[in-house]
Design a protein around this ligand. Structure first.
Ligand SMILES: NC(=O)c1ccc[n+]([C@@H]2O[C@H](COP(=O)([O-])OP(=O)(O)OC[C@H]3O[C@@H](n4cnc5c(N)ncnc54)[C@H](O)[C@@H]3O)[C@@H](O)[C@H]2O)c1
Length: 314
């Protein structure tokens, strides 16, 4: 099958991730049916999709390739691929996959966008388990290039290859994760850093603002063009080892979430949505951060469309 030509895709869940996933495939010329059971969220889809078209300066006629449904059967009709972006609950995802299987061909690829639940578990009760795969998009999925393609213990090698080709064809940067482990690769790296950041703030070494400045203005300034393994090779593994000898024994190894984080959550300090987390937030400040992020990512996405090797290793 040629994944570059028009495919019919079913997206399950039209929320934060689902609407962005639908957009990116439609923008690349594919046809997308979205199943969203809640009428309010379904009704908001055109506005949310139009906002992406405005942000990226795209011709809004591409939205004609997206249809929203309140019926799973209608969404699945003729689907070559299904991307599930429903709430992060194993029982619900298992139920959804069980409902999908009789509605699609045995060859239809069933991908879950779960952030943490192994697709091995999600597909455990299906008949054709070799076509179940994890595709972990990053938020916002229409702007962040990476998709982790997670091969579970049953996923066929050809399914992985086809999914990688489909994603490359729509301008994404897929990576093959060979084991279905919690957090895959990206979230393990991200949370390893956050664990240390939380411990530093909890110990009074610095405040949360300093952590953000150190990352954004320090190693973060080069991270988009220099990965950590490249950086280690750049400075030399002998230096890497010397630093590791001094540092690793001193890094935070708290088993489980740090008490500092637990206390914040217990006190209702959940971040921007409650006005305080690690920082204090007014509604205006929170909007300014969201706008800063989406403007930056949109500029990167537009530059990448003009020049696909923009910021990439090639
Ligand atoms: N938000 C992120 O940053 C992010 C990043 C990567 C992966 N994910 C994963 O993507 C998935 C979706 O997350 P989200 O942030 O888009 O959540 P969301 O709540 O914005 O969207 C989920 C949507 O699924 C709908 N839904 C509820 N029950 C359903 C059902 N039975 N069948 C179909 N749809 C149903 C909801 O109405 C909602 O619109 C989760 O598995 C999440 O872990 C999220």
């Amino acid at each position: 099958m040629n994944e570059q030509t028009e495919q019919k895709l079913g997206v399950v869940g039209g929320g934060l991730m689902g609407h962005g996933i639908a957009y990116l495939f439609a923008a690349a010329g594919h046809h997308v049916n979205v199943f969203e059971p809640f009428s309010e969220i379904r009704g908001a889809l055109p506005r949310r999709l139009q906002a992406i078209a405005d942000l990226l300066g795209d011709d809004p006629s591409l939205l004609d390739r997206i249809a929203a449904h309140d019926s799973l059967a209608a969404t699945m009709r003729g689907a070559d691929w299904v991307f599930e972006a429903a709430p992060e609950k194993l029982a619900l995802k298992q139920e959804i996959f069980a409902a999908i299987e009789p509605l699609v061909a045995p060859t239809t690829i069933l991908a879950s966008n779960s952030s943490a639940i192994p697709s091995t578990e999600i597909g455990r009760h299906l008949t054709h388990r070799e076509r179940v795969i994890g595709t972990h998009f990053w938020n916002p999925p229409h702007l962040v290039p990476l998709v982790e393609v997670i091969q579970n213990e049953k996923t066929g090698a050809e399914i992985v290859a086809r999914t990688m080709r489909l994603l490359r064809g729509v301008g994404k940067v897929p990576v093959h994760v060979r084991r279905d482990i919690p957090g895959f690769v990206g979230n393990r790296l991200q949370h390893a850093m956050k664990r240390e950041a939380i411990a530093l703030v909890a110990a009074g070494v610095c405040d949360a603002e300093t952590i953000d400045t150190v990352v954004r203005e320090g190693f973060g300034a080069r991270t988009a063009v220099l990965g950590p393994m490249e950086q280690a090779d750049l400075v030399g593994l002998d230096l890497q080892l010397d630093v590791a000898e001094v540092l690793y024994g001193d890094l935070d190894r708290t088993a489980g979430p740090h008490q500092f984080l637990r206390d914040k959550v217990k006190a209702g300090k959940l971040g921007m949505k409650t006005g305080e987390g690690f920082h204090k937030w007014t509604a205006e400040q929170a909007d300014a951060v969201r706008n800063r992020l989406s403007r930056f990512l949109a500029e990167q996405a537009k530059a990448r469309r003009k020049n696909p090797t923009h910021l990439a290793g090639a």
